[in-house]
Write a protein that binds this ligand. Structure first.
Ligand code: NAD
Length: 479
């Protein structure tokens, strides 16, 4: 997406940049605009801290649990700041803070489990199955070194913790770069975590490009874990190729929801609506296209439009707000452009269809009907509070349309016969498919996009071992 460079101002700590409140469009705080040449020192300290941090998995687990306690205790400070800079309703910010703590605890448990199972540490490791030679092979897992974590602005804390919790639990140190649109809650999180983690183990850097590009290509980084758009993901992979650091990319999505003939429209309408509009549609795995059988098409459009017209839109910090603003001006422009183009292509706005006439980056929750299937609001990731609903004739047609983009993050199937819905879900080319809901993830599951939606695996034990490298010792078999 287009680069955003808020005003820079010299401050006592060097260059700083302004952070805008998306509910007003006005600056309300500043953050350090760190120069890329400061990364040598930051990564150097991450290397130094790694020596101690990698040594003892049980001590790491204890520290990560203390970190989780500290995050929970700081919820009342973190959540309002997150809502102010990101725009989401306060209850969602509290939930994001709680998930950050839960993730730290989950990966602390995995660190202990891996140690007990002999996978990490300096013990005998896991004995590999014999292959007929008189050799005994033992597998151990070793941390990689300093990890670069680069995250976007839609879930600053949750996505950051999805990277640093497994990386730290596995014995790596982390340099974390949040989006310049949302640096503040992450910086506060860093302060909170520093009460539980040794110095240098987790460092947060903030600033504009080329800070992220230089971090991704820094020779001292051994794993780059990135969440963001497909084009930036490509740039990150190219940068990391310089040092051949491991790369994990969690990229964009354009998830389809297929409604089956036996779906109970009124029963699922609330769930389907929020699967598309939570966090103002700024969720990588939000429902971004709905395919409805022709017979139910009008009912589905009407049910979703009704909800879009009555949802309470407002500032994240206002009590009662259900849907906040879009996070930033370039993102709002992208949403407006996709919507205007669809309307010009012949679509009909069953609800919304325009930005709201008020300060800040508000866009009316929008349901689009009669959209030409080739319109960018269907084929691209518009990442906002807009949902096109498309009719289908045959199920094969719906599945082909759902699979017909370069994305493959998630997808869902909605109907009363769960086995039938499951059989359709099996045909979706994506990393996670749901039946009768969307975008719910377990901490214990692998999270990976198909096609251009990602490279590598995050989440659960897969995410943990994705931060380790196998190390095998062969020795003669004892007679
Ligand atoms: P973005 O790609 O513009 O930016 C993501 C991060 O990369 C930010 O921190 C940004 O400052 C940094 N960055 C920008 N240019 C860089 C470069 N050349 N090298 C290194 N870092 C660079 O994405 P965004 O607009 O902040 O976020 C929205 C995108 O994120 C959407 O495409 C969305 O689908 C995706 N996303 C994916 C997931 C997932 O898990 N798959 C989750 C959330 C968001």
């Amino acid at each position: 997406m287009a680069a955003h460079r808020p005003r820079r101002a010299p401050g006592a700590l060097g260059e700083r940049f302004t952070v805008l409140d998306p509910a007003t469009g006005e600056a309300f705080a500043e953050a350090p605009d760190q120069r890329p040449d400061t990364l040598d020192a930051v990564v150097g300290r991450a290397h130094e801290a790694w020596r101690g941090w990698r040594a003892d998995p049980v001590a790491r687990a204890t520290a990560l649990r203390a970190a989780a306690d500290a995050v929970e205790a700081a919820g009342a400070d973190l959540a309002p700041l997150l809502s102010r800079e990101q725009g989401k309703p306060l209850a969602e910010s509290y939930a994001e803070t709680a998930r950050t703590a839960a993730r730290l605890r989950y990966f602390a448990g995995l660190a202990e489990h891996a140690e007990t199972a002999g996978h990490t540490g300096i013990g005998p490791g896991t004995r590999l199955p014999p292959d007929g030679r008189p050799v005994r092979s033992e597998l151990r897992w070793r941390p990689l070194g300093p990890v670069a974590a680069i995250v976007p602005w839609n879930f600053p804390l949750q996505l950051a913790s999805a990277k640093f919790a497994p990386a730290l639990a596995a014995g790596n140190t982390v340099v974390l770069k949040p989006s310049p649109f949302t640096p503040l809650a992450t910086r506060l999180l860093g302060t909170v975590l520093s009460t539980a983690l040794p110095e240098g183990v987790l460092t947060i850097v903030t600033g504009h490009e080329p800070l992220g590009a230089r971090l991704a290509s820094h020779p001292g980084i051994r794993h780059v874990t990135f969440t963001g758009s497909v084009p930036t993901g490509r740039a990150v992979a190219r940068g990391a190729a310089a040092s051949l650091a491991r790369v994990t990319l969690e990229l964009g999505g354009n998830d389809a929801a297929i409604l089956l003939e036996d779906v109970d429209v009124e029963r699922i309408a609330d769930r389907l609506f929020w699967a598309a509009f939570r966090n103002c549609g700024q969720v990588c795995m939000a429902v971004k296209r709905v395919y409805a059988p022709a017979r139910l098409y009008a009912d589905v459009v009407e049910a979703l439009a009704q909800r879009a017209k009555t949802v309470v839109v407002g500032a994240g910090l206002d009590p009662g707000t259900e849907l906040g603003p879009v996070n930033n001006a370039p993102q709002l422009a992208r949403v407006e452009h996709c919507t205007a183009r669809a309307l010009a292509d012949g679509a009909r706005a069953a609800a919304g269809g325009h930005r709201l006439d008020r300060p800040g980056y508000f866009h009316a929750p929008t349901i689009l009907a009669d959209v030409p299937p080739g319109s960018p609001v269907v084929t691209r990731e518009q990442f906002g509070p807009v949902l096109p609903v498309l009719p289908y004739g045959s199920l094969d047609e719906a599945v082909a349309a759902a699979n017909g983009t370069g994305f493959g993050l998630g997808g869902s199937v909605w109907g009363s016969d769960l086995d039938r819905a499951g059989a359709v879900a099996d045909r979706l080319e994506c990393g996670t498919a749901w039946i009768n809901h969307h975008a719910e993830l377990s901490l214990a599951q692998p999270f990976a996009g198909a096609k251009e939606s990602g490279v590598g695996v995050a989440g659960g034990p897969w995410g943990f071992y994705g931060n380790l490298r196998p190390f095998v010792v062969h020795r003669p078999e004892e007679s």
